[in-house]
Design a protein around this ligand. Structure first.
Ligand code: BDR
Ligand code: CA
Length: 346
């Protein structure tokens, strides 16, 4: 069965891998892409999304531009993590494809209204445009079949401040509105479903390595070009497959960043896990809880708090991911993206 899928991304190396996974999945039909400012400014996110579609030989998937800045604070970007244009060392092809005439918040509402009860959505950037969509259509949560958010760090250190994760930290007000809006949308009725929230505590288990990238190239039918920490920085892929070459060039930058952070020559695939879970929630173990976002702490702004023991006495508003088997995820990722790359390169 094929599900309509909507993706809100701040592309970004791992966002691009998440989109590629969705394009590669026969059980997903991507019906819209919202471009959100985050890893790079929103104009660059749009360019990356359109360029990736071109590279993958896809047309007709609407890409919408979101707000230029978070709800109430200036934008911060992460070129140190994702490269000057957000795709590491990779260069995407030029394209004639254009953005929609409506913005990303409208795109959320239109997609949900066009597929009531059917739409599966991922939000793997700051939650600015989803919060704006909720302001336009407060019943949005009741229209979705499933939402998977990559964001937060639950009982776990942050990657932007000591306690805050990037997507939440860039626009904490938006995140708080999204978590608050969920139960409000159901008007006192128990929500039929809660958003699945994957924080760093879970996504940092998903470590791409040079060996796994080699497996991906092999699955795509091309010779693997093994990468190593000893390679010259910025060395470009010689892969005969254009999609594998872009993924390798993007990943090399991401490997170097993680290495410089003292995490090893590897890279965390936060957003691809969200994409995979959106299509198959059984990939993760979750616990229902109430999540809120710290907005005023002088040291803890952007921290996500899960009220595991219900001390606030509030209704649950999230299913927080607490367990994952990275081997199962990577087998599936390599199978799907490898076969898709083979098709793109043929
Ligand atoms: C998140 O931050 C971004 O840099 C990544 O794309 C991911 O969505 C991880 O904290
Ligand atoms: Ca992202």
């Amino acid at each position: 069965m094929t599900h309509p899928v909507f993706a809100d991304v701040d592309t970004g190396v791992d966002d691009a891998m998440a989109l590629t996974y969705l394009f590669a999945s026969d059980d997903a039909e991507v019906v819209g892409i919202a471009s959100t400012a985050g890893n790079v400014p929103v104009h660059q996110v749009c360019r990356n999304n359109l360029g990736l579609l071109q590279l993958c030989g896809l047309s007709g998937i609407p890409v919408s531009q979101g707000a230029e800045a978070p709800l109430s604070t200036p934008l911060r970007t992460a070129e140190d993590t994702h490269g000057p244009q957000g795709m590491g060392y990779a260069r995407l092809p030029a394209t004639e494809q254009r953005l929609t005439g409506h913005d990303a918040a409208d795109a959320w509402v239109r997609a949900a209204q066009s597929h009531p009860g059917e739409l599966i959505a991922i939000a793997v950037g700051p939650l600015t445009n989803l919060a704006l969509a909720l302001r336009k259509e407060p019943a949005l949560p009741t229209l979705l079949r499933r939402l998977v958010i990559m964001g937060g760090a639950f009982d776990y250190r942050g990657n932007t401040t000591p306690v805050a994760e990037w997507n939440i930290s860039v626009d904490p007000e938006a995140a708080a509105e999204v978590f608050g809006g969920w139960t409000a949308a159901w008007g006192g009725r128990p929500p039929a479903h809660l958003p699945i929230v994957l924080g760093l505590n879970l996504t940092e288990n998903i470590a791409m390595t040079p060996a796994l990238l080699n497996r991906l190239a092999t699955a795509a039918g091309v010779t693997a070009d093994p990468m190593s920490v000893h390679d010259e920085r910025g060395a470009r892929s010689a892969s005969a497959n254009p999609l594998i070459a872009v993924l390798e060039d993007a990943m090399r930058f991401y490997f170097e960043f993680h290495h410089d952070q003292g995490e090893g020559y590897l890279a965390h695939l936060h957003d691809p896990l969200a994409a995979a879970v959106a299509l198959d929630p059984s990939l993760v173990e979750c616990r229902a809880t109430t999540v809120d976002v710290e907005l005023t702490g002088t040291l803890t702004r952007g921290m996500t708090i899960a009220d595991w023991s219900n001390r606030w006495g509030r209704e649950h508003n999230a299913l927080v991911g607490v367990g994952v088997d990275p081997g199962v995820f990577f087998d599936r990722f390599i199978d799907r993206v490898g076969a898709f790359a083979r098709q793109v390169g043929s």
